[in-house]
Design a protein around this ligand. Structure first.
Ligand code: ZN
Length: 189
């Protein structure tokens, strides 16, 4: 078992693009195993490789709850191939210890990815579930995007970041999301 160091917001590595995995080598398998150990050690639901300083297109998830156990999952080279509707959800991130804020997400996504055996898989997550939101959150990490880039209330989020001794939101990184805004316009806040 190996627990890796999770990089905090402010580390420039978190803003970089991760590279595609060409082969699920023994080294990649070891990284995935260490990522699970790290995610569980930090009581996280998901962890992306850049968060442990590895710029590889990999993330791991375990969205189990007491009521609903789910298998742990590995997503390699994931791509969202379909996305629909929008929701506002409260999120946190292991790279932002103690910070939770409301962000915009798609309510349904279909993701294509490679599993640990190198096989292509497709998964659809609907209804704005934790799984659905976590897929979007973790996939963002592979593109140097962080959950605060989808923020609803920048002022409150900045206050929280300051309280937790983290840098403020970078206004240049806030995403322009007309599709999400349009879908949200019919949603009661
Ligand atoms: Zn995160």
């Amino acid at each position: 078992m190996a627990t890796l160091k999770v990089l905090n917001y402010g580390d420039p590595v978190l803003r970089k693009d991760a590279e595609k995995v060409l082969k699920v080598s023994a080294k990649i398998q070891k990284l995935v195993s260490d990522m699970f150990d790290t995610m569980y050690a930090y009581n996280g639901v998901g962890l992306a490789a850049p968060q442990v300083g590895e710029l590889k297109r990999i993330f791991v998830l375990d969205c189990s709850t007491d009521e609903e156990p789910m298998p742990r999952m590995v997503f390699i080279n994931p791509v969202i191939i379909k996305k629909e509707s929008a929701i506002i959800s409260r999120e946190g991130c292991l790279s932002f210890p103690g910070v939770y804020t409301d962000v915009k997400r798609y309510e349904s996504v279909t993701v294509r990815y490679m599993d640990l055996k190198g096989k292509t898989q497709t998964m659809t997550a609907i209804g704005g579930t934790l799984l659905c939101r976590a897929i979007q959150h973790e996939l963002d990490h592979l593109n140097g995007v962080l959950f605060v880039d989808h923020v609803i209330d920048r002022f409150s989020a900045d206050q929280l970041l300051a309280e937790h001794h983290l840098p403020p939101i970078d206004p240049d990184k806030i995403l322009v999301e007309p599709e999400l805004d349009e879908a949200l316009s019919g949603v009661a806040l």
